[in-house]
Design a protein around this ligand. Structure first.
Ligand code: ZN
Length: 492
């Protein structure tokens, strides 16, 4: 892929990689050259003539930092839940609304394509340059990835069982192993297609959807395929109390323990979301082995605090997982796809869980959202600003009112400005976001299309919901309509 070489000139601040110490450090007043998809040079700023082939960006009011790595997203569905899922949950299912929503709400392909465009714009708008997109595959999926210019790990999901529910307190698993195998074959074809893309930006990630919905043989074959093809592997595991209870009923052990027992945990495994481990207060299973198993097998956790925090739950805790040797990475499981807000929430929840300021801080979550994710994907050339690394770079506006005084620009970014201060984003040296707007991705009509698809999804919910309710009955509006608009003559 041809890109114009770029000089980021005189960046006031830069987050640079200290390879010897294996940590990010602050640099001041530096010049950074991006060439042929890589960081070609990083040097103290020097005045004087500039090579004529370079596009120059004046960075005197900017922070240069490595692009953020988002290891867990569902861009093709989550924007359709805007205004629907934020206050939704089922008390009988330990507050999780997952099973009820998946049964009742089905988004059409037009809506999925529109949702994806909006989500990809959100992702790059929050400084993400590499993303894991986990989705049941559909027409046009890879085309939008290609158009966006982002680096994408394509995760076509498949499962051997389908969740259902017939009462608030029950979840059922309906098995169809042949369906799972068909999905696995289709996923392989899609990953092969993505990896053949001439951009070199698309990669496969093997994604059996959930630990409780995929049969053992298919999980083993999935992990074997990942190993054979050098791909990362991911699944949802320990993400719901109901799931953990079911796995204990089936196997007499937690999902993490069962995954270890069947041999699918390895350093290429990314676990979404490993919250409900045996020691978690909502589980309290006697074993207390899950953290040690995760550390021993070298897995990474895709930490996505928002959806669980909305249900009143959280991982206990970020700092403890790290101290026990578990690798931490960050993701955005729901909309908004704002990984910087997730970083802030990760800090706050860890401190609240641990009652300890040291449980998580800006440096630790920034590490997880860059190096942590890159290493989990097997890409030590990403998530770092260093000569020879991928030219995946973000420029943050230090003059934004929420960034000033920019005494410590990462703190300003994580605790104050978040995506609002993200100005320019480069992936493999190509600018995908300029002045906060996507340069390649067309989001023109996506909002209107998604609104129509969401309306259909809510209207048709009654056909799928176990009690035949409309979407508005499952997830009512946050406020009731005004009295003048109800009853005779009113609109509602
Ligand atoms: Zn997820």
């Amino acid at each position: 892929m041809q890109t114009t070489p770029t000089l980021i000139r005189n960046a006031a601040w830069a987050v640079l990689w200290d390879a010897a110490a294996e940590r990010h450090v602050y640099g001041r007043d530096v010049d950074i050259v991006l060439r042929d998809g890589h960081v070609a040079a990083i040097a103290p700023h020097a005045d004087g003539p500039v090579d004529s082939d370079l596009t120059v960006i004046d960075a005197r009011q900017m922070l240069a930092m490595p692009g953020l790595v988002n290891v867990h997203t569902h861009p093709t569905t989550e924007p359709a839940y805007r205004g629907v899922r934020e206050d939704h949950g089922v008390p009988e299912q330990y507050m999780s609304g997952l099973f009820e929503r998946l049964q009742a709400f089905r988004l059409d392909v037009t809506g999925q394509q529109a949702a994806m465009r909006l989500a990809y714009a959100e992702l790059m708008g929050a400084g993400v340059t590499a993303v894991v997109d986990l989705t049941a595959p559909f027409e046009g999926w890879i085309d939008v990835m290609r158009e966006s210019g982002l680096r994408v790990w394509v995760g076509p999901g498949y499962a051997s069982a389908r969740w259902g529910m017939s009462a608030p307190q029950t979840v059922t698993w309906t098995w169809d192993e042949a369906h799972g195998r068909t999905g696995f074959r289709r996923a392989q074809a899609i990953m092969d297609e993505a990896e053949a893309d001439p951009s070199g930006l698309l990669r496969g990630i093997v994604f059996p959807a959930q630990i409780d919905t995929v049969e053992e043989g298919l999980l083993r074959d999935s992990a074997a395929l990942a190993a054979e093809r050098g791909r990362p592997f991911t699944t949802h595991i320990a993400q719901a109390v109901i799931e953990v209870q079911e796995m204990i009923r089936r196997h007499g052990m937690t999902p993490i323990q069962w995954a270890a027992a069947i041999g699918i945990l390895s350093p290429r495994a990314i676990l979404g979301h490993a919250i409900f481990i045996d020691e978690h207060p909502s589980i309290r299973w006697h074993a207390a082995r899950d953290l040690a198993l995760m550390a021993e097998h070298g897995v990474a956790v895709a930490h996505c605090p928002s959806p669980f925090a909305r249900y009143g739950e959280h991982l206990r805790d970020f700092g403890r997982y790290r101290r026990r040797g578990v690798r931490m990475a960050m993701g955005t499981d729901v909309a908004p796809h704002n990984i910087i807000e997730e970083m802030r929430l990760a800090i706050l929840l860890a401190r609240n869980a641990a009652r300890d300021l040291a449980a998580a801080d800006t440096a630790a979550v920034f590490h997880a959202a860059t190096v942590g994710g890159a290493d989990a994907l097997g890409r030590p050339d990403m998530g770092r600003l260093a000569v020879g690394a991928a030219a995946d770079l973000v420029l943050v506006d230090l003059a934004h009112p929420l960034m000033v005084p920019a005494r410590d620009p990462l703190r300003s970014l994580v605790f104050h400005a978040a995506d609002r201060a993200i100005r320019h984003v480069f992936v493999a040296g190509r600018q995908v976001l300029a002045d906060g707007r996507p340069t390649l991705l067309d989001v023109g009509e996506a909002a209107g299309i998604l609104a129509e698809s969401q309306a259909r999804m809510l209207r048709d919910a009654g056909r799928h919901d176990y009690r035949g309710r409309s979407g508005d009955a499952i997830a009512p509006l946050s406020l009731a309509p005004h009295r003048s608009q109800t009853g005779p003559g009113g609109r509602a």
